[in-house]
Design a protein around this ligand. Structure first.
Ligand code: 5GP
Length: 212
């Protein structure tokens, strides 16, 4: 019944819990696919190339950027990140709903190009809780404390762009946040602009409507 999939743009400050929520949503909705971004950031020890990100050199990144291969790209925390047109189009054309996990700059670009996308900001309950998560996540990776302080300051800037988004989900309790996201996706999938209305109207199931 869907005409095309929903493009769900998720942003949150780094450490806001987006990855966990994306994984939860993918388990609930088998038709949902995560768009793997390309980045110049070095992989963290637990990250898998091609799954978490496509890790590339700056040279490779800018070759693709010049070729116009990115639907959006941005410099985030001194590294470059980009979403490949080909990747997103392939998934949407195959009928999947697609999640983009991107920063506020990228979300603003997508809003200009795909205004019908659904924009959701995952808000940590407080900056203190965000700091805790960042320390916990990076404690085994030897990350400099200054990097974490920079990420907290970036978080404040990102939160100031909340007005760009259709929905805000506070990630205090991961179960509640998952349920909220689930409700958003279910509601968005039922919107008339995501449905093939001709197919519904012409469906035999609804013939009685035409006879009335
Ligand atoms: P991290 O390096 O911690 O995985 O991500 C840092 C930030 O980059 C996060 O806010 C994440 O959403 C953002 N990001 C990841 N991929 C992309 C992308 O393709 N485009 C943009 N604009 N931001 C991205």
């Amino acid at each position: 019944m869907s005409k095309h999939g929903v493009l769900l743009v998720l942003s949150s400050p780094s450490g806001g819990g987006k990855t966990t929520l994306c994984n939860r949503l993918s388990e609930i909705f088998p038709n949902l696919r995560y768009s793997t971004s390309m980045t110049t950031r070095p992989p963290r020890p637990y990250e898998i190339d091609g799954e978490d990100y496509l890790f590339v050199s700056e040279e490779e990144f800018f070759r693709r950027q010049k070729n116009g291969e990115f639907i959006e790209w941005a410099k985030v925390h001194d590294n470059y990140y980009g979403t490949l047109y080909s990747h997103v189009n392939e998934l949407l054309d195959a009928g999947y709903d697609v999640i983009l996990d991107i920063d506020t700059q990228g979300a603003a670009t997508i809003k200009g190009k795909v205004p019908q996308a659904v924009f959701v900001f995952i808000l940590p309950p407080s900056l203190e809780s965000l700091a805790e998560r960042l320390y916990k996540r990076d404690e085994n990776c030897g990350v400099d404390k200054q990097i974490i302080l920079d990420r907290l300051s970036a978080a404040k800037t990102e939160i100031s762009h909340l007005g760009l988004y259709n929905y805000v989900v506070v990630n205090d309790d991961v179960e509640v946040a998952t349920e909220t996201l689930k409700s958003i996706l279910i509601a968005e999938k039922a919107r008339t602009d995501h449905l093939d209305l001709d197919q519904i109207i012409n469906s035999e199931k609804f013939d009685f409507l035409l006879e009335m």
